[in-house]
Design a protein around this ligand. Structure first.
Ligand code: AMP
Ligand code: ZN
Length: 519
């Protein structure tokens, strides 16, 4: 079945075909969170839609190599006008935590962080992100347990960033300006503006949004953007041929995507995703840098952007009191499965309106599917006239997803088929060759994309069902083994915990554990 995807680059729906000559492997880079605070549900709408795309690709038979970065330096508060304007978001986080510490209001879970250490702050929020993403069933997280490089952090890619800047200077795509900053020259790259429609001319005329007034005098063109900024007072800084400083936010994603996904394809990847605000300047600049360095016509061949989430009809903001993280919603009793469904059910190219009524409806929906799942499971040996309704609906379910990820159409198909099963009684006597196990398989195949049923079942394994003291003892034994550098014993204990369904994580405040949510 051919997947059709809307491509922001061409402004149209296209048949998806991967670069891989064997037609099997897909390379996919998602712009991830900036780890300066807990991710909010708007962020998660963007990440979950990327997850739904990845799972759809897998449902139709591709193998997806998915990378999502966690930005831990250089993302400035004024990055829409670029050039390092504003404050680094990691500095914002450090100040916020320092203030909280002074006033004795540091949240309990942040009590161990040293707010003056930006690396510790980044580690803390990166761990929190991974926990939240795991709760919401982002498939990437489970792979990243084994291969942490799938969730790269820019502070660990400074060397290749410096190399990319040097290459761009060599290719005349970048220059060192009088203020000591290295800028990308948009006039050296005629395709600048192709993704967003924001051409250098529009930007010069003021039509293309704000520009950074402070750097106009030194730049060749108002749209030129910063690649490396020397600034010894920056919260995180590294030596470079252009002085001690830090990389531009756009540069980070170009470098990590090429390093992790583009090695065999001269820097070109299949799909790149983000929220709609990433189209300009972030992704436009990523294309200019990457193609400027590689000489390729494309960086990503398909650009996938999720429109924003609003809450109860309004832009989400802390001042309006309508700003929610996953933790906020869980504290109100919402289940991760219902939150996941609520965040994926609106088509990714439409604005989504998060409401508490919608969340309640999503929970009811998850409950109905869970009941159906358990009923099919209980009756899996019962004979069934083939094909059962879910089995028959699976091609239409796939077809809806292949039509530019029509999630609500796919859910409609599932529900129509589900309504043909009466879960309040024993299945009617069937005569066919099949069994209800086929129906269960079809439901699970559908859930391999929706990703809610396993989450729901996981949540129902409450902590009281688990032997908490045994887990604590095993973690203590593992820590002792690690201190004694007995890595084999430490690994064995970690594996034993995994077999018990417990994942552990070593963070700045010690080892934490959570039930495994397999996808
Ligand atoms: P940030 O942590 O600010 O770098 O944002 C992480 C991702 O979340 C980016 O891809 C943004 O485009 C996306 N994003 C931010 N706010 C929203 C929102 N309200 N709805 C959907 N996506 C969002
Ligand atoms: Zn990015």
């Amino acid at each position: 079945m051919t997947l059709r995807l809307y491509n922001t680059l061409t402004n149209q729906e296209e048949d998806f075909t991967p670069l891989d000559p064997a037609g099997k492997r897909v390379t996919f880079y998602s712009c991830g969170p900036t780890v300066y605070d807990y991710a909010h549900i708007g962020n998660f709408r963007s990440f979950l839609n990327a997850d739904v795309l990845r799972r759809t690709l897998e449902l139709v038979g591709y193998e997806v190599e998915h990378v999502m970065n966690m930005t831990d330096v250089g993302h400035m508060t004024d990055d829409d006008i670029a050039d390092g304007a504003g404050e680094d978001k990691m500095q914002v986080a450090a100040n916020r935590l320092l203030q909280a510490k002074k006033s004795g209001k540091l949240p309990a879970d942040a009590a161990e962080i040293d707010p003056t250490d930006p690396y510790a702050v980044a580690d803390f929020y990166a761990d929190a992100f991974v926990d939240d993403a795991r709760r919401l069933g982002l498939k990437l997280i489970h792979e990243a347990d084994e291969r942490p490089e799938l969730m790269p952090r820019p502070t660990r890619y400074i060397e290749p960033m410096i190399q990319l800047v040097a290459t761009l200077i060599e290719n005349d795509h970048a220059y060192l300006a009088d203020d000591g900053v290295v800028y990308f020259s948009v006039q050296s790259f005629p395709a600048y503006g192709r993704l967003s429609g924001n051409s250098p001319d529009k930007i010069r005329s003021g039509e293309g949004g704000r520009v950074n007034e402070a750097t106009q005098a030194v730049k060749k063109h108002p749209a030129d953007f910063m690649l490396w900024k020397p600034d010894p007072s920056h919260v995180m800084k590294w030596p470079s041929p252009w002085g001690e400083g830090y990389p531009g936010w756009h540069l980070e994603c170009s470098v990590m995507a090429m390093a992790l996904l583009g090695a065999n394809t001269d820097g070109v990847i299949d799909i790149h995703s983000g929220g709609e605000d990433n189209i300009f300047p972030h992704h436009e600049c990523e294309i200019a840098q990457t193609c400027g360095a590689t000489g390729q016509a494309h960086f990503a061949r398909y650009w996938f952007h999720t429109r924003f989430l609003i809450v109860e009809g309004q832009k989400m903001s802390k001042s309006k009191g309508n700003f929610y993280t996953l933790r906020d919603l869980m504290a109100k009793g919402a289940s991760p499965a219902a939150i996941r469904l609520e965040l994926i059910k609106t088509h990714y190219r439409s604005q989504a309106n998060f409401t508490f009524q919608g969340l309640t409806d999503s929970q009811r929906q998850v409950d109905r599917w869970s009941r159906l799942h358990d009923w099919l499971d209980e009756n899996s040996a019962a004979p069934l006239d083939e094909p059962g309704p879910l089995t028959a609906a699976l091609p239409a379910f796939k077809a809806a997803l292949c039509a530019d990820l029509n999630v609500s159409g796919a859910i409609g198909t599932l529900n129509e088929a589900a309504s043909r099963h009466d879960t309040s009684r024993k299945p009617p006597a069937g005569h066919g060759a099949g069994t209800y196990a086929d129906e269960l398989r079809a439901l699970r195949a559908m859930d391999s994309v929706l990703g809610v049923l396993k989450l729901e079942r996981q949540a129902s394994v409450s902590q009281s069902d688990l032997d908490v003291s045994l887990i604590g003892t095993m973690i203590a034994q593992r820590n002792a083994a690690r201190t004694a550098k007995d890595w084999a014993a430490a690994d064995r204990l970690r594996d034993e915990l995994l077999e018990m369904g417990i994942a552990i994580k070593d963070g700045p405040s010690g080892t934490t554990w959570s039930p495994v949510v397999s996808s």
